[in-house]
Write a protein that binds this ligand. Structure first.
Ligand code: ZN
Length: 302
């Protein structure tokens, strides 16, 4: 985009309205154990092997049309995980995956096809914020080689451990030559709105997209706060919770670090108290789409 076009676009959208839209993109469905989604006192290995109740979940990412370019929050899953026997290198991973998730994926669920279905070319994505490095969030990065990929430095550090694949972080699909990874470090802030959070990162420099560390699901997981005049604020939380209602009731899922999750839940609820009407949208929550569309409709009730 030329400087003249940028100026024109800003005039159209206005200085207080840098974002034209936030859309929820669906990239397939799966089922997970009830104990995985809603938590359990039983040990994880018990429900992985003996759990008999499966519940559905959507695989979702979010598309933000910012005046500086299109931004994705997460990139979905690569359907090749189902068709390509070698997608997961380690035999233990191939053995465990179908015992943890039952995927219903089609070729149409790959991010470039999902975007095309939404009328957007994958080559037009300028940046993708990766909430965490699990394969169902970073699975589309090969389809957007031109995009900057933002990840927290804490999450990136997991890659240098001995077996990140034991945490479902598949190095061979993350450290690919085409990927333009950019590690971000959260910067301290004295803004009372973010009190309690261990720093922030302002993606566009205009306050409309603020990244916040919300560890627990993985150590470097992050959320993105979207704010714009005339809208209710939205917090995209990735997999911090599988359903907004669970976070509000302090119900932790059957995976992740329980104490860290609870600490992040408390920070998010404090943010919600400071930002009344904050819509919380989780990647695997069927309610996310409605939460986002209600927050972004220009209502006079705001
Ligand atoms: Zn996920």
């Amino acid at each position: 985009m030329t400087e003249a076009q940028k100026t024109k676009s800003r005039e159209t959208q206005g200085p207080d309205h840098p974002i034209a839209s936030v859309r929820v993109l669906r990239s397939g469905r799966a089922e997970q154990h009830k104990e995985h989604r809603y938590g359990s006192r039983l040990p994880q290995l018990w429900w992985v092997f003996f759990g008999r109740s499966w519940v559905p979940l959507p695989l979702q990412c979010f598309l933000i049309d910012h005046r500086d370019g299109l931004v994705l929050f997460d990139t979905g899953i690569d359907p090749a995980i189902m068709s390509d026997r070698g997608y997961i290198k380690q035999a233990i991973g191939r053995f465990l995956l179908p015992r943890i998730f039952r995927f219903q994926l089609a070729d149409a669920d790959r991010i470039d096809h999902v975007l095309a279905g939404a009328g957007v070319a994958a080559s037009d994505i300028r940046m993708a914020v990766i909430s965490h490095l699990h394969f169902d969030h970073a699975g589309g990065i090969a389809q957007i080689p031109q995009a900057d990929l933002l990840v927290s430095d804490r999450e990136w550090a997991t890659l240098s451990e001995q077996h990140p694949e034991y945490e479902w972080i598949l190095r061979e699909h993350i450290e690919i030559p085409s990927a333009k990874w950019r590690q971000i470090t959260f910067e301290p802030t004295d803004d009372p709105l973010f009190e309690g959070f261990d720093g922030i990162h302002d993606v566009a420099g205009d306050g409309s997209m603020i990244l916040l560390p919300t560890p627990g699901h993985t150590r470097g997981s992050m959320s993105m706060l979207i704010r714009q005049e005339g809208w209710r604020p939205i917090l995209l939380v990735g997999d911090l919770t599988y359903e907004t209602a669970l976070l509000e009731q302090d119900i932790v899922p059957g995976t992740g670090e329980k104490d860290t999750l609870l600490a992040s839940f408390a920070k998010v609820r404090r943010l919600q108290q400071r930002l009344p009407g904050l819509a919380i949208a989780a990647s695997h929550d069927f309610a996310a789409e409605e939460a986002v569309s209600r927050a972004t409709c220009n209502s006079s009730e705001i």
